[in-house]
Write a new protein. Sequence first.
Length: 506
Amino acid sequence: MPILRASRAFPLALLLGAASAFGFEPFALWPLTIACLAALFLLLAQALTARRAFGLGWWFGLGHFAVGLNWIATAFTFQAAMPAWLGWIAVILLSLYLAVYPALGFAAAWGLARAIRRPAALPLFAAGCWIASEWLRATAFTGFAWNPLGVIGMSIPGVPSLAPFIGTYALSGLTILLAGTVWLAIAQRDKRAIAFAAAPLMLAFAAATIQHLLPESPAAAGPLIRVIQPNINQNEKWQEGAEARNFARLVRLTGKPGPEPRLILWPEVAVPWYLDEDAPARDTIAGLLGPRDLLLTGAIHFNYDRDGNPVTATNSLFGLTPTGRLLGRYDKSHLVPFGEYLPMRSILSKIGLSRLAPGDMDFQPGPGPRDVLLPGIGRVGAQICYEIIFSGHVIDATHRPRFLFNPSNDAWFGRWGPPQHLAQARLRAAEEGMPVIRSTPTGISAVVDGHGRLLASLPWHRAGAIDARLPLALPPTLFSRIGNWIALAVCLAFLSLGFATGYGRR
């Protein structure tokens, strides 16, 4: 391929990045993502300066994030404080920032390959540097971990079997390495480099195949759960006069008590009432439960000063008994910037910006992963909505729960957001060996087992209920014990192999 000028190489990188986003849900065209990354390696191999390598990574990232995160623009259509077109501005501005991380990763990989005078080592260096850059993206400035590259592996048979051992970021590194190996095989004749790059891929493929073929242990019969999806759109949720109609949907879908106790699961902030303050509201909901039923639902909680004025609010989860008694409370800890709080409020509010969720008071974060103890069931871990995307931060390690409940409000997220959210929840389940139950207003509600497999789900924008047995939690996985230190080890291994390709050569 002839060497392209920047005026052609950068737009091509932008198009490759945009096309690569179709490897995520709802399309799951993962071979396209691999092909786009392999083509990017071809462009990187032509780069003569670190600035050119950084630019290629940045333009690729811009297209990748702008297409993959298009659902963010939909959220702006459900508020009146700002013009809806500002949503597309937000998508572009966020993508301009997020593109810095792949740019840093590819520029660093290019520099390392250049330093040892081994361009063919680029895939190994890129895999290691991508792991570091993706972890940094998930942690810097509160982090934005949406759509890590490794999540496309949930569509590839056998690949989810690797998640309990190496976690999300190492899976992302393997994805980069696979694309780089494709480039090596097509564009390079360096057998030594191909062997070094292919070795960890073959090892991972063998491990995934063995795990995939092992017989499954029989699942224990857990308690009966009923997952509710009322199909209440965001513009209906806070609509004046809609409270009774929306509650009627929850009543109808909750159904009548049966001979067996049920755990009923409602979505995030399913009702507009303040449950810990409103005893009549609790009694109304408790009236839907059988004598041995329990309910988990989201609601808003306020903290007050000495004069009785609300000073902080939390996005919370409560357990409720048939007598109207509350069983614990979990406060969401990883809040959505601009959704649940406005960063730099004193500055941004003056130029007309506000948060998307209704109300003037910003939510405050909770202390982190905590459990709610339910009689007859045990510890229930909670991750409200967006929190489920943060690998290694979803379970209280000292008190391993029986399952993770992920009440969410995906009604904000358009068509692309809900299936992407579900794929990331499945990856958390596979990493931790922990069933994940999702209840959302408009979908996709689901029951996921500890292998990350989808056992039951309700389609987007369809009201319904899922009746299922609670899947069995698996023993703690290697990832659940060690966490993202594994990703660091894999990162260092890739970098070491990259340097090893040049060992003994001038």
